[in-house]
Design a protein around this ligand. Structure first.
Ligand code: FES
Length: 160
C-alpha cells in the first residue's frame, strides 16, 4: 500500500501553491504597470541632397520608404504612395504622367489630385524640409492633402 501523505508535507504543498500564486499575481501586477508601447522605426528619413532630384517624379524612395519625390521648377514635395481609397500602393506611369492604383483603378496626377476612380481625396503629401546642408528630410508622420495648404511649407519646399 502506498504511503499516505503526511500532514506536514500536505502543509508544505499548500504553502508552495500559495507562494506560486503570489509570484504569479506579483508578476501580473508588475506587468500591468509597464505601458504597451509599440516601438516602430522613425517615419522621418533623409532622402539625400535636394539638388540630386531632377524635375519630375522620382521613384528613388518608392520601395524603401513608400514615397515619391516630386520636383517642379518652384520646389519639391513628397507624396505618400498610399491610395486614399482603401490604402493600396499605386504605381507611377511616366508615359501617362499619372499614378494608377492596381486595386480599383484610381488615378492621380503628379500633384496627387484624383483623375479617376473611387478614391475620395488626393494623395497625402509628407512634411518636407531642406536643411542648411541641402539635404531633403521627409517626415511621413505629418501629412496634408488639402489644396491651398499642401502647396505651402512644410509640405512644399521652395527650391530653384
Ligand atoms: S485602393 Fe486604390 S482604388 Fe481602391
Amino acid at each position: 500500500m502506498a504511503n499516505p501523505v503526511k500532514r506536514k508535507d500536505f502543509l508544505w504543498m499548500g504553502w508552495g501553491a500559495f507562494a506560486a500564486f503570489l509570484g504569479g499575481a506579483g508578476a501580473a501586477t508588475t506587468r500591468f504597470f509597464v505601458p504597451n508601447i509599440l516601438y516602430e522605426p522613425s517615419q522621418k528619413f533623409n532622402a539625400g541632397k535636394a539638388e540630386d532630384f531632377p524635375i519630375g517624379v522620382s521613384t528613388l524612395w518608392f520601395k524603401q520608404q513608400r514615397v515619391w519625390i516630386v520636383r517642379s521648377a518652384q520646389g519639391i514635395y513628397a507624396l505618400w504612395a498610399r491610395c486614399t481609397h482603401l490604402g493600396c500602393t499605386p504605381n507611377w506611369f511616366i508615359s501617362e504622367m499619372r499614378f494608377k492604383c492596381p486595386c480599383h483603378g484610381s488615378n492621380y496626377n503628379p500633384a496627387g489630385d484624383v483623375l479617376a476612380g473611387p478614391a475620395p481625396k488626393p494623395l497625402w503629401r509628407c512634411r518636407v524640409e531642406i536643411t542648411a546642408t541641402g539635404d531633403l528630410v521627409i517626415d511621413k508622420a505629418i501629412l496634408e492633402n488639402r489644396a491651398g495648404v499642401r502647396e505651402k511649407a512644410p509640405f512644399f519646399a521652395e527650391y530653384a
